[in-house]
Design a binder for this molecule. Structure first.
Ligand SMILES: Nc1ncnc2c1ncn2[C@@H]1O[C@H](COP(=O)(O)OP(=O)(O)O)[C@@H](O)[C@H]1O
Ligand SMILES: [Mg+2]
Length: 286
């Protein structure tokens, strides 16, 4: 299998395993969620191709023909309930629908069908979080802080802390385009956690950090969970998921195949990725 999951992370670099706490009230409810992307102008060979519906033809009237539409069912009937105080790892091979699921929970993608309820607006920390490359780190911290709802005074006060946490040094006053990818990802993480979000979702955003930053950011994630937040965590590092999470969801081809204790689900997923079992081994867990 081509999947580059990283199971060999040096355990000594990881924080001690997170404590299991009594879980609180529901924070995220996902009910039979389906997300289907519609790709226009795709060539033959897609998943399910069909001729354009009357609606699509009406919408595209007068515009150049965009060709057939391909439907990509990225999330297919996922349901789960997450609670305050839980940190939930999301496992699955590339293209299994992890990012799509998180974006839908964050409200960035409308469900094709099904429903998502959240107790607060989730904060999605992804690899593509919007930082502006031509502005300095300092300006990005200010803009990011304002976007998170801090007032001007709070934002200005947070700048030294954020810069310090992200280990920017003198780069704080240089445009982000001069940052290394590790530096940019540290800054992204530091900005997103200026304010402890009630629901934090991390989509492979810590992958570029080094071991010491990973440790630091995990401690910060723990603080968020301490404040009864809910954390969703997508990572290629199974060891990080085991260390960070109390529960895991495993998604395969858009379907939730397992939902349960992080170690049980991670073991089953690991066996699957190594080619020892098929994805139905996940279903046997739940
Ligand atoms: N914007 C998009 N348009 C069309 N298809 C997409 C889009 N984003 C993702 N997909 C497809 O949806 C499926 C799930 O992708 P994704 O959620 O990114 O998976 P993962 O994060 O687990 O790697 C894949 O088949 C991918 O090719
Ligand atoms: Mg992804």
């Amino acid at each position: 299998m081509t999947e580059n999951i990283d199971v060999e992370v040096d355990e000594s670099n990881l924080p001690r395993r997170v404590e299991r706490r009594p879980i609180g009230a529901p924070s995220v409810i996902v009910d039979d969620l389906h997300i289907t992307y519609r790709v226009f102008g795709a060539r033959r060979g897609g998943t399910t191709q069909d001729r354009k519906s009357l609606w699509d033809r009406a919408v595209s009237l007068g515009r150049p023909d965009t060709g057939p539409i391909t439907h990509v069912p990225a999330v297919r009937g996922v349901s789960f309930v997450a609670h305050h105080g839980e940190s939930i790892g999301i496992l699955g091979t590339n293209g299994s629908g992890k990012s799509t699921l998180l974006r839908a929970v964050a409200g960035l993608l409308p469900p094709t069908s099904g429903r998502v309820f959240t107790s607060a607006e989730p904060e999605l920390l992804g690899v593509n979080a919007a930082l502006l490359p031509r502005l300095t780190g300092e300006r990005n911290i200010i803009i990011g802080g304002l976007a998170l709802g801090l007032n001007a005074k709070e934002v200005r006060r947070s700048v030294p802390d954020v810069a310090d946490f992200a280990e920017l040094g003198d780069f704080l006053y240089l445009p982000m385009s001069s940052y290394s990818s590790g530096m940019a990802s540290r800054l992204r993480f530091a900005i997103s956690t200026i304010r402890s979000p009630e629901i934090l979702m991390i989509d492979e955003a810590l992958a570029t950090g080094d071991a010491s930053f990973r440790k630091k950011s995990m401690a910060r994630i723990e603080q968020i969970r301490d404040k009864a937040g809910t954390v969703f965590f997508v990572s290629h590092s199974l060891a990080s998921v085991r260390a960070m999470c109390t529960r895991a969801l495993w998604i395969d081809k858009g379907v939730l195949v397992a939902d349960g204790d992080v170690d049980e689900v991670a073991d089953a997923y690991h066996a699957y990725v190594e080619g020892r079992t098929d994805a139905s081994s996940g279903a046997k867990l739940s």
